[in-house]
Structure formats: structure tokens, C-alpha cells
Design a protein around this ligand. Structure first.
Ligand code: PRX
Length: 683
């Protein structure tokens, strides 16, 4: 494995000594961490204090920590005051029915009005909300007034289609303004949206439509990616062909490509375009459902994470303000995530628009038509705040600094990172090459479930350390604990937990309260277990160490091993499958599949390629295994649990760890034999 130092394992064991051996997955979590993290974790003493100029103008202040500790509820009341409420709440938090929280109880609010109308009412109708940059080079600047008109039209259109408050709407769109407009229109009429990432397959879309019982799907004919149009509508046609709940499909024309038309279909430009630009908003309870977003869990079935209105908007707005130091009307903000993920929900749509941001929305990939596209966009719009993922930063570092060096990036004043641990080398590259050594970096830890940023430096306040997300932000409590749930000491590692409810927390798993309690609240009483390993450094700052369960993190996207395995075994030729995430220089982890073929399977040269395509079809291209290894056996414990740790050793070309708990110690030799069979590398 590149960059792997045998010492890293030694350090892991030393650091995790108190926990070692109690649970297999402690080892697994250590494996998720590259030697870089640990080496630097042990020796990383660099601090980057804020410059006096930045500190002086910062939105955050050191006093906020003490304020929040002094009176947490008063602190959150103050943050909720950032928003415009039709009726003020009574109680800040009702936790009497834990773990089902109610925040800002009795308050009434309209999320879309907060993100759009109030800015127009305040006199900022002419400010650009969205600079849209299409991949083919088409552009559109949308002011807050125009956004208000279009969201109102879309809201009227949804009502015309029979959508009422509480009905679910699935959104399956590329990164075009209509995605944002659709989400806001749903929010405006109180219809929870379920955005399904445009890269997911028809099957994945169908299962999400069914689980949420969506009444409407909003999609487009297609989008642009890597310089060419791609179709989206056929996947929707397949997904809704016999979906009992879907009454209509609203279709945006983006590429002008041919589409098959069914009697459920309605063109966006015909229906939305003909609606009134006036819409009287209704106000909803603070706890009214805002959206469902599906994420991977440890079983094959995706979990519909439920978020509600007042608390979610409070924390996304607050964090966007203090963590990104956003100044409305001055900054140009760009979050490179897709709206199909939580980062797009919280830090493209809700947080930034609530804060009257001017932002860039980019449809395409970083290397089309050339590898400097992102830097060209930053230069063109004078982007001042950039929020992206370590996987992108590592890719750019691989392409070389010569590319960004050709562009004027002096408008940048703050850089953010999210999605996975950022190794110190990538952090330093980001700071030097992109940030010109002057921009603070905020490494933000959070999850689909937390809804908003939880652990991060505060720019202008925190002296950052490359590779560390540092501390819980004011108002949030996050602790690293041992197996018994006791806080560990400095220089010790364990599990990251959240021991106080927070406003943007998930309110449950759609349709499955039991699973919610079991999944997140059962490991220790009254404590949310995030599923991540973490440690404190010598100064007590938090370092994230990756997932501790069988969830992979590929390019910042969570993909469950179980989901990929179940897709694999649905292939005719496959009898059994095990999937691991192997360290990958570019994508963080890459999916490596070990498969046992059926005895009578008709195996030809194309089988492995066919297996990979099959997974892409079942789940989406993002879940396509990078490598498929055909083996004769899988390593299992006596209780029949697959020992992924050993498979990860194989996938990362390491010598094997402890094999003593294997049911059949000879199995690893058999696997090596099996590896002489066909395998495939990525495209
Ligand atoms: O393992 C952590 C990792 O991403 C997981 C959450 O994934 P998802 O719900 O898809 O949300 C991603 C965007 C918020 C976490 O459990 N993760 C996220 N941010 C960081 C991180 N790991 C380390 N450092 C981060 N800054």
C-alpha cells in the first residue's frame, strides 16, 4: 500500500491499547486510517493561528463558547432569532420524549420565506442569489427577486398538481437551478422533499420513492457531464412504471434530448412557466417535516433520515454564518457538493440562502473541458469562500499545482473541507496552493443525521492544526468515550458521541422509529453514537479516525458494504460476496469486492466487467467496485461473520494480520489461489 509504514500499525495499537481486542471493529477503524494520519497525528505540532486582520472582522468570537456553556438554551434561542418566525416559540427544547426531540416548540415558520422572500422584503431583491454555471458554459444569474418569482410559480404548480402539506415529493435532478427552486417550492407548501442523487439508478430511485410513498417526481430530460449530455428521464420512467403512489412526473427541459412521454408527465416550462409569480405562504409548526434524505446504513436498506423545519434552519444558518464567516452582499460563496447529498441541502440551499448569500452553482465535473475549470470559475466570479471535499483536493494535488497557479485565486479568503478526514499533506497543499497561505481552513465534521456542522474550527478564533477538526462548535457537545461510555483522556482514542441534543438533529428514520432508537441511541443510554472513531490529541483537540462499522467512504460518500454485497449477490453468476473499502490515494476509500461464483455459472472473460456494471445498475455508478476479485472462499469467524479486516489486508496488499479467530485458517491461502482468477481494475 502506498505510503504505508509498518510503524503506523504499531502506533495504532499503542494508541488504542485500552480498547484493542475487545471488538473486531476497533481494528477495522484503525485500518481506515492511513499511516499519514497517524504519523502526523503523533508528530503534527504545527498551529495556524488566525491573522489579526481576519480575527478582527470575524463573525465568531471566543466568548461564544462560554456563552453557550453558561446557558445553552439561551444561546440557541439567540441563534433562532436569526430567522423570521410568524409566531415565536415557547419552550426551546422538549426532550421529554427522548430521543425524539422538539426544538422551538410552538413556533411557526416558513423555511422558503426565510431563504428568499424576507431578503426581497429587506430591500435586497436585486442581489444575485445564484450564479449558475452550466457545464457546457451556459450561465444564468438569478437575483433574490427572480428566485422569489420562480419559487412562487413552482409552489403554485405543485398545488395545481394536487400536492398538499405533508405529501412527499421526490426530486431527481442534475445540478441546475430548478433543483434548488424545487426544494424551496416544496418547503414553501410544507411538502417534504426527498432528493435522490442524479447518479443513482432506477432501482435506487424506485426504492426511495416507495419508502417515502412519493406522490410526485421532479426530474429533467437529462444533464451535462464530462462534456456530453446524459439522460435522466429513462431511469424515472423505469422507476415509476408501476409505482403506485406517483401521480405525476414534472420534467425540466435541460438538454433538449428526446424523451418518451407518458400520461403522468408534465413539462416544467409549460406548467410552472404559466403560474402566477405570487404565492401566499402558509406557516408551519417548527417541527413540520422539511425533508427526508436517504443514507446508507449497516443493512442493505437505506435509511430515510428525517429533518424538520425550525431547528434545522436555525443551526444551518448559524453554522454557515460563524464557520464560513459569511458576509451577505460581500462574499461570493461556493460549495461544490451536489444537492443530492446533505452538504448540498444544508450548505447550498438552506444555510446560505437563509443568510442571503451570493453563491455559485456548478453543474459539471472539475476536469471539463479542462482541469482548471474550478479555478477558472473562482477567478470569474471572484469566489471568496470555497467549501469542498478532501477527495477533490487530493485529485487536484495529483494533477499538480501548475494548473491552479495559472488562475487568479486572490479573491479567496476562507477554505472549507467536509466528508472525510483530510490528511495533513492535503490540508497543507490546500492552504498553500489554493489559499495562498492566507486563508483559514475549516475542517468541518458532521453527518446526514446531524443536519449541520458539529465540530469545526471557528475562523478568526481557532489556531488550526492540519488534519484536526478541532473542537465542537459553541452550543454543541461532542465527546470521545471508551467502551464503557466514559470520556477518554488526552492522547487517547475511542468513539465519538453526542451527549446533548442539537437543533438540526435528525428526528427519526422515516417510517421506522424502532430502527432510529436501535441504530443511534442503544449503544449507551441517552447518548447518540455517530459511528465514527476519534481521538483527542495532547492538547485535547479532536481528530476523526473514520467509520467504525461496515460503511465505506468513497469520495466523501457513504456507501454501505451490505448494500453493495446485496447488489452483487443479485447477479446470476455470484454465490457469495464480501465488500471492503481499501485505502485509495484519490477517493479516500475504493470499493473492492470479493466474490465466489456459482459452481455452474457461465463464466466468460466479460463476467467481471458485467458484475461491475450490474452493481452500477442496481445502486449507481458511484457504488461500482473498483476491483472485483474472484475467490473460492471468504474468511469467516466461527460465528459466520466475514472478517473484512483480512480482506482489507489483501485489498491493500498488506501482510495478513491475526488469523487466529478464523473458522478455517487455510482459507486465506485459498483466497490467494483464487486471486489468480479474473479481476478488473477501474475504468
Ligand atoms: O465518517 C464521517 C465522515 O462522513 C460521515 C458522514 O457522512 P454523510 O452523512 O454522507 O455526510 C457527509 C457530509 C457531512 C461521518 O460519519 N466525515 C464527514 N466530515 C468529516 C468526516 N470525517 C472526518 N472529518 C470530517 N470533516
Amino acid at each position: 500500500m502506498p505510503g504505508y509504514a509498518p510503524n503506523a500499525t504499531f502506533h495504532c495499537i499503542a494508541l488504542f491499547g485500552r480498547l484493542r481486542g475487545r471488538r473486531v471493529w476497533i481494528n477495522a477503524s484503525v485500518r481506515l486510517v492511513t499511516s499519514d494520519h497517524l504519523e502526523n497525528l503523533l508528530h503534527e505540532n504545527r498551529h495556524f493561528p488566525p491573522s489579526p486582520e481576519f480575527a478582527e472582522q470575524a463573525n465568531a468570537s471566543v466568548a461564544m463558547y462560554a456563552e453557550a456553556v453558561g446557558d445553552r438554551m439561551a444561546f440557541w434561542d439567540e441563534q433562532a432569532g436569526r430567522l423570521s418566525w410568524e409566531k415565536r416559540w415557547g419552550t426551546t427544547l422538549d426532550w421529554s420524549n427522548a430521543p425524539f426531540a422538539k426544538w422551538f416548540v410552538g413556533g411557526r415558520i416558513n423555511v422558503a420565506v426565510n431563504c428568499v422572500d424576507r431578503h426581497v422584503a429587506d430591500g435586497f431583491g436585486d442581489q444575485v442569489a445564484i450564479h449558475f454555471e452550466g457545464e457546457p458554459g451556459d450561465t444564468r444569474a438569478i437575483t433574490y427577486r427572480e428566485l422569489q418569482d420562480e419559487v412562487s410559480q413552482a409552489a403554485n404548480a405543485l398545488t395545481a398538481l394536487g400536492i398538499e402539506a405533508g405529501d412527499r415529493v421526490a426530486i431527481y435532478l442534475p445540478m441546475i437551478p430548478e433543483a434548488v427552486i424545487s426544494m424551496l417550492a416544496c418547503a414553501r407548501i410544507g411538502a417534504p422533499h426527498s432528493v435522490v442523487f442524479g447518479g443513482f439508478s432506477a432501482e435506487a430511485l424506485r426504492s426511495r420513492i416507495d419508502d417515502a410513498e412519493a406522490k410526485l417526481v421532479i426530474t429533467s430530460d437529462g444533464g451535462y457531464r464530462r462534456g456530453a449530455p446524459f439522460p435522466l428521464k429513462p431511469a424515472v420512467d423505469e422507476a415509476v412504471a408501476d409505482a403506485p403512489t406517483v401521480e405525476n412526473v414534472l420534467v425540466v427541459r435541460r438538454t433538449g434530448g428526446e424523451v418518451v412521454w407518458t400520461d403522468k408527465d408534465v413539462w416544467w416550462h409549460e406548467l410552472v412557466g404559466s403560474q402566477s409569480t405570487t404565492h401566499d405562504p402558509e406557516y408551519f409548526d417548527s417541527e413540520h417535516p422539511l425533508f427526508i434524505l436517504y443514507t446508507s446504513g449497516t443493512t442493505g436498506k437505506p435509511k430515510g433520515i428525517l429533518h424538520t423545519s425550525g431547528g434545522y434552519l436555525t443551526q444551518t444558518s448559524y453554522t454557515h454564518n460563524v464557520v464560513f464567516d459569511h458576509k451577505p452582499g460581500k462574499d461570493v460563496y461556493w460549495c461544490t457538493a451536489d444537492v443530492g447529498w446533505i452538504t448540498g441541502h444544508s450548505y447550498i440551499v438552506y444555510g446560505p440562502l437563509a443568510n442571503r448569500a451570493t453563491q455559485v452553482l456548478y453543474e459539471g465535473t472539475p476536469d471539463t473541458p479542462h482541469k482548471g475549470r474550478w479555478w477558472e470559475i473562482i477567478e470569474k466570479y471572484r469566489v471568496s469562500i470555497l467549501y469542498t471535499a478532501p477527495t477533490a483536493i487530493r485529485t487536484f494535488a495529483k494533477w499538480g499545482r501548475e494548473i491552479p497557479n495559472e488562475f487568479d485565486l486572490t479573491s479567496l479568503r476562507l477554505l472549507g473541507s467536509v466528508g472525510e478526514p483530510i490528511n495533513p499533506a492535503a490540508w497543507i497543499w490546500y492552504r498553500n496552493v489554493i489559499g495562498g497561505d492566507r486563508c483559514p481552513i475549516v475542517d468541518t465534521w458532521w453527518q446526514t443525521e446531524t443536519g449541520a456542522i458539529m465540530i469545526s474550527p471557528l475562523p478568526g478564533v481557532t489556531a488550526t492544526k492540519p488534519g484536526s477538526a478541532m473542537d465542537p462548535i459553541p452550543g454543541i457537545s461532542a465527546v470521545v468515550v471508551d467502551d464503557e461510555g466514559k470520556r477518554v483522556g488526552r492522547s487517547e482514542g475511542g468513539y465519538l458521541i453526542l451527549d446533548e441534543p442539537w437543533p438540526a438533529m435528525l428526528r427519526g428514520i422515516w417510517g421506522d422509529n424502532e430502527r432510529y432508537v436501535e441504530q443511534y441511541w442503544s449503544r449507551w443510554p441517552d447518548v447518540y453514537f455517530a459511528g465514527d472513531g476519534a481521538k483527542y490529541d495532547r492538547e485535547g483537540h479532536i481528530w476523526l479516525l473514520g467509520r467504525v462499522e461496515d460503511v465505506m467512504n468513497v469520495s466523501g460518500h457513504r456507501i454501505s458494504t451490505a448494500e453493495v454485497e446485496s447488489a452483487l449477490v443479485s447477479h446470476d453468476a455470484i454465490a457469495e460476496a464480501a465488500v471492503v473499502g481499501a485505502n485509495d490515494d484519490t477517493t479516500g476509500q475504493a470499493i473492492v469486492a470479493f466474490v465466489i461464483l456459482r459452481v455452474h455459472a457461465d463464466v466468460s472473460e466479460g463476467t467481471v466487467e458485467d458484475i461491475r456494471s450490474h452493481v452500477a445498475k442496481e445502486i449507481g455508478p458511484i457504488a461500482k467496485p473498483k476491483r472485483v476479485m474472484v475467490v473460492n472462499e471468504l474468511p469467516k469467524t466461527r460465528s459466520g461473520k466475514i472478517m473484512r479486516r483480512l480482506l482489507r489486508d489483501v485489498a491493500e496488499n498488506r501482510s495478513l494480520g491475526d488469523v487466529s479467530t478464523l473458522a478455517d485458517p487455510n482459507v486465506m491461502a485459498l483466497i490467494s489461489d483464487g486471486l489468480n482468477g479474473p479481476s478488473a481494475d477501474d475504468d
